[in-house]
Design a protein around this ligand. Structure first.
Ligand code: PAF
Length: 283
């Protein structure tokens, strides 16, 4: 039976534990998470294990990336189940700080993000989000000092923002994206899927289906604007309120006018009931 990972909750304990992992120059991978782990997270851990000798998973529900109106208080917290999954995957260390450890009294610094963080996608609807993510991920990187860090492609703009930030601040971490894991009907796995009612859950795969259909139509010669508009109409008809359905340049996330501007990425965010879902695919 695999042994339970070491669990640390203070910075000095983390430093000692990471120094221990690094003995004999072992490489270290970090998988940052907010817990409520599902098979998508498990796939991140498996990729981390292929990329480094030792794997650290952080579990921290980061308050600074939630607006006061969002679900910080109700975000699923499933510590026991998370630990069982990480044990089964043979994770070496779980970094589980509390809010006061990450943001002690008087905390007054933030990482400001630009470039991919200001392209009018998530940033337009969650203006607080990338400042909070970049700050906490910057802290996690300097705390753990991993060689590589694994992020899901499901949060595609986040992946681009964190990759840029790690390079811009010379953090010495290679950021690696990991493919989105989907349910059998195409819904991208997300800790927030538990919020969906049975009817909403039945409607949810429309996001993936519509992105795939838009890809088919773009490849068949449909123009970008028409593909975007008809996709919004399809998703709206399924009961969603669409924040955006955008076809963008995959690297910069800049708007495009033609498939020739590719490689392209389709990114969608839409709300059904009280649940906001995001997803993306390559064209
Ligand atoms: O993607 C997430 O779960 C979070 O945004 C992250 C990267 C762990 C930062 O809190």
């Amino acid at each position: 039976m695999p042994s339970r990972p070491m669990i640390v909750r203070t910075i000095p304990a983390l430093r000692r534990a990471v120094d221990g992992l690094r003995a004999r120059k072992a490489s270290v991978a970090l998988v940052p998470t907010m817990g409520a782990l599902h098979d998508g997270h498990v796939s991140l851990v498996r990729l981390a294990k292929r990329r480094a000798r030792k794997v650290v998973v952080s579990i921290f529900v980061n308050p600074t990336q939630f607006a006061p109106t969002e679900d910080y208080g109700s975000y699923p917290r499933t510590w026991k189940a998370d630990l069982a999954k990480l044990t089964a995957e043979g994770v070496d260390l779980v970094w589980n700080p509390d809010v006061d450890t990450m943001y002690p009294a008087g905390f007054a610094s933030r990482i400001l993000t630009d470039g991919p963080a200001t392209v009018g996608l998530e940033d337009r609807f969650r203006p607080h989000f990338f400042g909070g993510v970049a700050t906490v991920v910057g802290k996690l990187f300097t705390q753990v000092r991993p060689d590589v860090a694994i992020f899901g492609e499901k949060d595609f703009q986040q992946l681009r923002v964190v990759t840029r930030m790690a390079a811009d601040l010379d953090l010495g971490v290679k950021v690696i994206g990991s493919k989105t894991v989907r349910e059998r009907d195409g819904l991208a796995m997300s800790s927030r899927n538990v919020y969906l009612s049975a009817d909403e859950r039945r409607a949810a795969p429309v996001l993936f289906r519509t992105m795939k259909e838009a890809t088919r139509r773009l490849r068949a010669g449909e123009d970008v604007e028409t593909a975007q508009k008809s996709s919004v109409a399809t998703i709206t008809a399924a009961g969603f309120v669409v924040d955006y359905f955008e076809i963008r340049q995959a690297e910069t996330l800049a708007p495009v006018t033609s498939i020739k501007d590719g490689p392209l990425r389709i990114l969608v965010a839409a709300k059904i009931g009280n649940t906001r879902l995001i997803d993306n695919i390559a064209v």
